[in-house]
Design a binder for this molecule. Sequence first.
Ligand code: AMP
Ligand code: ZN
Length: 125
Amino acid sequence: MSGGQPAADCIFCRIARGEIPARKVYEDEDVIAFNDIQPQAPVHLLVIPRQHVASLYEAGAAQHAAFGKMLALAGTLARQAGAADGFRIIVNTGRVGHQEVYHVHMHILGGPDPLGPMLSRRKPA
Ligand code: AMP
Ligand code: ZN
């Protein structure tokens, strides 16, 4: 799976094509935002580019517009979802980053309570 190639069996491409349901909170021609199916915080959104890009390692100039939009939308989406007093953006990448879905996605995680330290000291399983 390389940047820009649509992946027939990619779960986030399937959400982008409307083939599987998602609780979408925003979409336009470049990006889609929806609720994470297994929320790790009271507010847990995912923002994805419509175009399939496996990970940040595959990203390049073709993604400038969509990735810029993803970040620029984060504050508005977080506030609309109820995280008006702060939130965290995470883009897990590759094996070391514990990426599970290989279609770039930006997590938006928010309170109301503080999220705790950035990295857990506990070793992942
Ligand atoms: P990551 O570890 O960064 O690759 O995270 C993948 C995220 O995608 C996890 O938080 C999952 O809960 C979430 N996820 C997987 N499948 C779906 C789905 N069908 N709808 C919404 N979120 C999903
Ligand atoms: Zn995809």
